[in-house]
Design a binder for this molecule. Structure first.
Ligand SMILES: Nc1ncnc2c1ncn2[C@@H]1O[C@H](COP(=O)(O)OP(=O)(O)O)[C@@H](O)[C@H]1O
Ligand SMILES: [Mg+2]
Length: 252
């Protein structure tokens, strides 16, 4: 049974989508079968993989309009699939509010494909609304990317409170997979302080691998590929490869 990992942080621009694209690619390169659900109406994960606009989307799958298997799109990386999203998903936020068990739509939709994947990553939107609640309810674990900046921990109390509420009411087994420092500038006093602070907060949950700020990473979505296919020898690609190994081997 595949493991479902929500990539969540209600702050925008912290590296959720970048991590969804590049970690799933690197995990697939290790021989695992991986799916990434783009669960943000902005569809950045889909365009980052160069997915055509006319594909079926996760919106249609969770609303029961199309079979989830028909939404899986093969990427240029073997064993790596994407379930795309687009602006239609905004509608789900509104439509679900009125429904019973509205937090369980993603979980129910993923049930059918879970047995055929090793890992399913869910790229959550930058909010703690109904979509992220669906992500956290569907997930076994949550991976939290933090941008390495002075305000990294700001707003995190809210995220942790939400995770605890989901655990209490919707998904008792939910665990924190790991905390990932992203967009690290070359080691400076500030980055060292931020890293220390985050480790002080989350201890061993913080990945030893930290993702550097890297131009190749920022460029690759415009080519519709993970950084590995853009420049597999760059520091960014190497960092996501290292993260994939740390992720697969587990934190314990
Ligand atoms: N390690 C990195 N180095 C350089 N640019 C990055 C890196 N990680 C993310 N970015 C860029 O930062 C912006 C925000 O990242 P993104 O993954 O979209 O964040 P989120 O999904 O949390 O909103 C994007 O333009 C992305 O290309
Ligand atoms: Mg994003």
């Amino acid at each position: 049974m595949g493991k479902i990992i929500a990539i969540a942080n209600q702050k925008g621009g912290v590296g959720k989508t970048t991590t969804a694209i590049n970690l799933s690619c690197s995990v697939a390169l290790q021989g695992k079968k991986v799916a990434v659900v783009d669960f943000d109406p902005q569809g950045n994960c889909s365009s980052g993989f160069g997915i055509k606009k006319d594909s079926n989307t996760i919106y249609e799958a969770i609303m029961g309009l199309v079979d989830i298997e028909k939404t899986l799109v093969k990427t240029k990386i073997d064993n790596c699939y994407v379930i795309p999203s687009n602006i239609d998903l905004t509608g789900a936020g509104v439509e679900l509010i009125e429904r019973e068990a509205r937090e369980f739509y993603l979980k129910n939709a993923l049930e059918k494909i879970r047995p055929v994947f090793d890992y399913i990553f869910v790229d959550c939107p930058p909010s703690l609304g109904i979509l992220t609640l669906n992500g956290l309810t569907a997930a076994d674990t949550v991976l939290i990317p933090l941008q390495t900046e002075f305000f990294a921990l700001e707003g995190l109390t809210q995220l942790i409170n939400t995770i605890n509420l989901v655990k209490k009411n919707l998904n008792p087994k939910l665990q924190i997979e790991g905390v990932l420092l992203t967009m690290l500038d070359k080691r400076t006093h500030l980055t060292d302080d931020v890293a220390k602070n985050v480790i002080g907060h989350f201890g061993k949950k913080v990945y030893k691998t930290m993702i550097p700020r890297n131009v190749r990473i920022a460029e690759s979505p415009s080519f519709g590929v993970p950084v590995y296919l853009h420049d597999k020898n760059c520091l960014g690609a190497k960092a996501y490869e290292e993260l994939a190994l740390e992720f697969i081997n587990g934190k314990e």
